[in-house]
Design a protein around this ligand. Structure first.
Ligand SMILES: C[S@@+](CC[C@H](N)C(=O)[O-])C[C@H]1O[C@@H](n2cnc3c(N)ncnc32)[C@H](O)[C@@H]1O
Length: 373
């Protein structure tokens, strides 16, 4: 403060002498000498003592700096000898930023062991990888829950407005599938291959010119269609033609739509498959759509695979299917996780197909919620 400022200062309200304003100026970082001595406010003895203390502190600081620089030297030497580059060049002269960083981390932690935070693969540290995985898992669980707890129309709008949601969902879904003892879609693949594409020889001769039309409703990434394409090339029996439907056109095989309304003619399909895809709260509308596109009477077949724990009342579910015009032909509940069922399209369905049934049926299938790990 210049002398001229003092008069200005006196006209200001007094600075409070407590709290933050109490911190003396010399306590601020960078102000090394205590101003009291400079102002002659200390006794000669106290001033001597303060000077001694200051010298002691400065010596300690210098020693510490010397030790640190010695430590840094030996570490960069270690690294250069243990990691020569491919051309055999000595990297001692110019350590790379990564070396510097890991040296710094080790100096901080005070140990020579590899750092658990930065020893991950690629550009992400282990911690970052873990956080990324957690985030992916959370996104998958959220999308999954939306698909089970909303109408198919909402689900379609959600996926169409941001197709990335489909990608995120299937990243998480395939990670789940990799942990399952069986994948139900593989059961359907084996079934189509063994019964139609590569049947026994006698049957094959009769079938060669024919084809089976399949609608894969909620096909995911269309594994069924892709595998069948390859199988058809090697087959001796019927050709299996698969129409794949899902909310997003994730690849060339897929027709994007809501499976409550698929772009197929009435009575044009031999087999309809729902593999873990009765997801919307209006799933009964999917079943009605399946009946519409299936070939008439005893020819058309419906196949469903679902998670066992989704059924609140399996008998009520089967009664509803019967009501919708499907005659149960097979029920395989030998697997603890999944149930597989097949129906023939009945000659008749119940006269009344009430809209209210759709809402009531919603409660027959619970959402399949994946646990947080
Ligand atoms: C659990 S995944 C199963 C995918 C495939 N069926 C499989 O087993 O690998 C369910 C699929 O059904 C689709 N899906 C759910 N509701 C749908 C709807 N209303 N219309 C079309 N696809 C639907 C989802 O987008 C998802 O790809």
């Amino acid at each position: 403060m210049s002398p001229g400022d003092a008069s200005k200062e006196s006209s200001r309200p007094p600075v409070p002498r407590s709290g933050l304003f109490d911190i003396p100026e010399w306590n601020i970082k960078g102000n090394s000498a205590p101003p009291l001595k400079r102002q002659g406010l200390l006794s000669p003895n106290a001033a001597k003592k303060a000077e001694k203390n200051l010298l002691k502190r400065q010596k300690r600081k210098q020693k510490l700096q010397e030790m640190l620089s010695k430590q840094g030297d030996s570490k960069s030497k270690d690294q250069a000898t243990s990691a020569p580059d491919e051309g055999g060049n000595d990297r001692r002269k110019r350590p790379r930023p990564a070396q510097l960083q890991s040296a710094a981390t080790r100096a901080d932690s005070g140990s020579g062991e590899s750092d658990p935070v930065t020893s991950g693969k690629g550009n992400l540290s282990v911690l970052q990888q873990k956080m990324h995985q957690k985030l992916q898992g959370a996104k998958f669980r959220w999308i999954n829950e939306q698909l089970y707890t909303t109408s198919s129309q909402n689900a379609f709008e959600m996926m169409q407005s941001d197709p990335q949601i489909f990608t995120e969902y299937h990243l998480g879904f395939s990670s789940q599938v990799s942990k399952w003892p069986i994948n139900p879609v593989d059961v359907f693949i084996a079934d189509l291959r063994d019964n139609y594409i590569r049947p026994n020889k006698k049957k094959a001769r009769q079938d060669r010119q024919q084809r089976v039309v399949v609608a894969d409703m909620g096909c995911g990434e269309a594994k069924l269609a892709k595998v069948m394409e390859g199988e058809n090339q090697k087959g001796t029996g019927k050709q299996v033609l698969v129409y794949s439907f899902d909310l997003v056109k994730a690849n060339e095989c897929i027709t994007p739509c809501d499976i409550a309304h698929v772009p197929l003619e009435d009575g044009s399909v031999d087999i309809v498959i729902f593999c873990l895809s009765l997801m919307g709260t209006n799933w009964l509308e999917f079943i009605r759509e399946a009946r519409r596109i299936l070939k008439p009477r005893q020819v058309g077949e419906l196949k469903v695979a679902e998670v066992v724990s989704r059924f609140t009342d399996i008998d009520a579910f089967l009664r509803q299917m019967d009501h919708e015009g499907f005659q149960l032909t097979k029920k395989d509940d030998s697997n603890k996780m999944f149930i597989l069922m097949e129906w023939k399209k009945s000659k008749r369905q119940a006269k009344m197909q009430a809209d209210s049934d759709v809402a009531n049926a919603a409660g027959l299938l619970k959402a399949c919620i994946y646990k947080r790990r």
